[in-house]
Design a protein around this ligand. Structure first.
Ligand SMILES: Cc1cc2nc3c(=O)[nH]c(=O)nc-3n(C[C@H](O)[C@H](O)[C@H](O)COP(=O)(O)OP(=O)(O)OC[C@H]3O[C@@H](n4cnc5c(N)ncnc54)[C@H](O)[C@@H]3O)c2cc1C
Length: 376
């Protein structure tokens, strides 16, 4: 077992760190308050090759692999959860096209998403289901050589950017749902106002309506009725992105707490001198270390095309989300009342943390996947 990063991976980690420190960290509070990410951040990440790290050059990527993406997204999310989330969701949408798309589909849809000019979305959730594919109400019907899509998807990230959206829809002629690549903003595509959410600010979630959207046969992803398999296989890449995001937040919460404990004094002594503070920082640090190796291992498994990847992704994401909430809560405690003030970044991290437990599937659902594997 070799835990060393390659020179290329170290360079990517360093490049992401420098970009995040120079361009994202200084506007992290602005992104949170204004709920907007300046477009040049995303094109900048595209120009550096960070958005396409997982994919070959033929599709606009840089071919560095999944662990490289994990290393980069950790650094970006450390600066801003909203920007980290954009990278993760875009990567999730692209993973479905890369893993299940035809050569033409990959060439058509992926390069602009790797460049940061377009953003890919992944749309499963609906008003009546976030977890159960049998409950999908969004549906396609066949009309000659076309499909007509109708329905509504809920809480869809990046629905406001141009680019492909992977849409899962019930298909009357197939036993299970099918997946389609919908061109966002095509005729019949409509958005509500974005949801006003607690964290991950800057990365908006929308309700999306499809009204008689016409799809051609070359927009079908995989085969008809394969939608659920495509969902399960690829949502794992979303869990990997969210795990990297959780790691970035947890490391930032730890770093800020160490800095604060050294600087804040009580009776002229730094609060880091209190044993209870030392134990708190130690417990946070131990958790962050465990989070790091679980997440890096998941990136490694994606690179190895491990057959256990989907299960490991569920287990990792479940652990990461809960560990992040623990670390974020302790970081707030370490800061005392300042920890709940908007001027302090740990307050923002605490709000971002709670979302990790829900997005890309709730804790209960990750445990169900883990139990299904362990008790098989
Ligand atoms: C910021 C944000 C961005 C999002 N972006 C996207 C996106 O881009 N695309 C997308 O498709 N979705 C997106 N979502 C939706 C998210 O993935 C779902 O909301 C999530 O999977 C939970 O679904 P739900 O809200 O319908 O909850 P439900 O599935 O109704 O769950 C409610 C509760 O019941 C429990 N529960 C449900 N079913 C079971 C079961 N079978 N066994 C045990 N417990 C169960 C859950 O664990 C949970 O505690 C986003 C959500 C957020 C908050």
């Amino acid at each position: 077992m070799d835990f060393n990063l390659t020179d290329e991976q170290k360079l990517i980690q360093q490049t992401a760190h420098e970009f995040a420190n120079t361009h994202i960290e200084p506007i992290a509070f602005q992104i949170d308050r204004e709920n907007e990410i300046p477009p040049e951040i995303l094109t900048g990440l595209g120009e550096l090759g960070i958005l396409g790290l997982c994919y070959p050059e033929a599709y606009g990527g840089s071919g560095a692999g999944f662990l490289a993406f994990v290393l980069a997204n950790e650094q970006i999310a450390k600066a801003s959860s909203g920007v980290g989330m954009v990278c993760s969701v875009n990567n999730l949408g692209m993973s479905a096209i890369y893993n299940r798309g035809t050569e033409e589909q990959k060439k058509q849809w992926m390069p602009a998403c790797c460049a940061g000019a377009h953003m890919a979305s992944f749309a499963f959730t609906e008003p009546n289901t976030g977890s159960d594919p049998k409950m999908l109400a969004t549906a396609v019907t066949r009309q000659g050589d076309k499909y007509i899509l109708n329905g509504c998807k809920r809480f869809i990230s990046l629905a406001d950017y141009k680019g492909p959206m992977i849409v899962f829809a019930a298909d009357a002629e197939a036993e299970n749902p099918s997946a389609f690549i919908v061109d966002k903003f095509c005729p019949g595509y409509q958005l509500d106002e974005s949801w006003d959410k607690i964290g991950n600010r800057g990365c908006h979630a929308y309700d999306v309506y499809f009204k008689d959207v016409e799809l051609t046969a070359d927009q079908l992803l995989g085969k008809r009725g394969e939608g659920f398999n495509i969902l399960l296989e690829n949502i794992a890449y979303g869990k990997m992105g969210m795990s990297a995001e959780a790691l970035g937040h947890a490391q930032e919460a730890l770093d800020l707490s160490i800095k604060y404990a050294r600087e804040k004094t009580n009776r002229d002594k730094p609060i880091a001198r209190f044993e209870s503070m030392q134990m708190r920082i130690a417990a946070m640090g131990i958790k962050v270390e465990a989070m790091r190796w679980l997440t890096y291992h998941l990136g490694f498994q994606a690179d190895q095309k491990s057959r256990r990847f989907a299960v490991e992704a569920a287990m990792t994401k479940e652990y990461m989300a809960e560990a992040l909430v623990d670390v974020a809560r302790e970081a707030v405690q370490a800061h005392g009342s300042y920890g709940v003030m908007r001027d302090f970044k740990v307050e923002m991290i605490f709000r971002d943390a709670i979302i990790c437990e829900i997005i890309e599937g709730t804790k209960d659902l990750q445990r169900r996947i883990a139990a299904g594997y362990l008790l098989r």
